[in-house]
Design a protein around this ligand. Structure first.
Ligand code: KG4
Ligand code: ZN
Length: 344
């Protein structure tokens, strides 16, 4: 086989608080290095200025590691894919500028990637542990910044059928965790403690939102008032009931999500359902989605754990798909904080 039958793409992700680089060869991930920024935990959320500084520090070693782990030389790379948006401007600029400089140095093309499309298209990474969905399929994209039901007609033809009107589901997890005094990001902690609790111990009011849209800010306020009231009556309430509280919060969130997915299936007749984004790492969401296969005859697609939260493997696979179409970006392309999933 001649050498150019192997296409090597470097993916770079720096949209929020994870600096990540990955190398993909013909759809298979050779390396996927992620440097989490622990600095934000003590502030209870991502501090944009600190995130961009940490990206600046991490980006060179992370990319070097990704190339080393892939066991290639940077001269073997055919193109560089990077997250153009959406995300924090100061964070995006680090990855964007680095991608452009490296492409100039290596004299290879750059490919700008939409982060939200990448979360969804992570399902197209060649990996024996995950199945690729056929078109059209529906994807519930759930992260710290987004909550959307998206109809995917083709790789780059996506339509939002419903989305949150206020907080994202990841924020609902993280803000609830903060109310309980848990550290940031609280989503994984709620997941962990919920495993030991009774999901029906406490009831929280679900929002009433028309159509396929979501709302989570009312739920967060409801949880805040409930906890404040209970702690007034008993200062040890949180400590004594942490597992039950977490299980009840998670149960409510999962119910809200699945009521809408069911509705989306009814409306579209599409029964291939995928999940994507950081919150799709949640064990209960994964379990409930899997159970829908038997209950409703759906086929479901659950991403491998490492492709759920922000990572460059998902950027690299979209880079590969675009490379096959010669869909390169102009060197003048800039980072953009706001970018819809339907925008290429
Ligand atoms: O996709 P992501 O890494 O970053 C964004 O683009 O937002 O998602 C991060 C979000 C955070 O809100 C985090 O708490 C949540 O994903 N998350 C989880 C779990 N793992 C990560 N939420 C619930 N359960 C989990 N296991
Ligand atoms: Zn993300």
């Amino acid at each position: 086989m001649s050498k150019n039958k192997f296409i090597y793409i470097l993916g770079i992700e720096s949209s929020c608080d994870d600096t990540s680089a990955a190398v993909i060869c013909n759809g298979k991930i050779l390396s996927n290095v992620v440097a989490n920024q622990e600095i934000h935990a003590k502030y209870g959320g991502v501090v944009p200025e600190l995130a961009s500084r940490a990206h600046q520090q991490n980006i060179v070693p992370v990319i070097q590691q990704a190339i080393q782990k892939a066991n290639i030389d940077k001269k073997d790379l055919n193109a560089i894919a990077f997250t153009r948006g959406p995300g924090l401007m100061g964070s995006l600029l680090v990855g964007t500028s680095f991608a452009k400089s490296l492409s100039l140095g290596l004299n290879i093309p750059i490919i700008a990637i939409n982060h939200m499309q990448a979360h969804i298209l992570a399902h197209f990474i060649d990996d024996e542990d995950q199945q690729k969905p056929p078109f059209p399929f529906l994807c519930l994209t759930i992260s710290g910044g987004h909550t959307q039901i998206v109809k995917i007609t083709n790789y780059f033809e996506m339509e939002v059928l419903g989305e949150t009107l206020d907080d994202a589901v990841g924020e609902a997890f993280d803000k609830s965790a903060k109310i309980l005094g848990l550290s940031y990001p609280g989503g994984p902690l709620i997941d962990k403690y919920a495993k030991l609790g009774n999901p029906k111990a406490f009831q929280f009011t679900k929002p009433r939102v028309q159509g396929l849209n979501f709302s989570f800010s009312g739920l967060k306020t409801g949880i805040l008032y409930f906890i404040q009231k209970k702690v007034k009556e008993d200062p040890d309430f949180i400590e004594d009931n942490l597992h039950d509280i977490c299980a009840s919060i998670q149960y409510t969130i999962v119910k809200i999500l699945f009521e809408k997915i069911k509705k989306a299936v009814e409306q579209t007749g599409i029964e291939h359902i995928a999940i994507a984004g950081g919150v799709s790492a949640n064990s209960e969401i994964r379990k409930v989605l899997k159970s829908m296969e038997k209950k409703y005859d759906w086929t479901t697609y659950i991403p491998k754990f490492e492709y759920t939260t922000d990572n460059a493997a998902m950027i690299a696979v979209v880079g590969y798909l675009k490379y096959l179409e010669n869909d390169y970006s102009n060197e003048n392309i800039g980072a953009t904080a706001r970018l819809k999933v339907s925008q290429n």
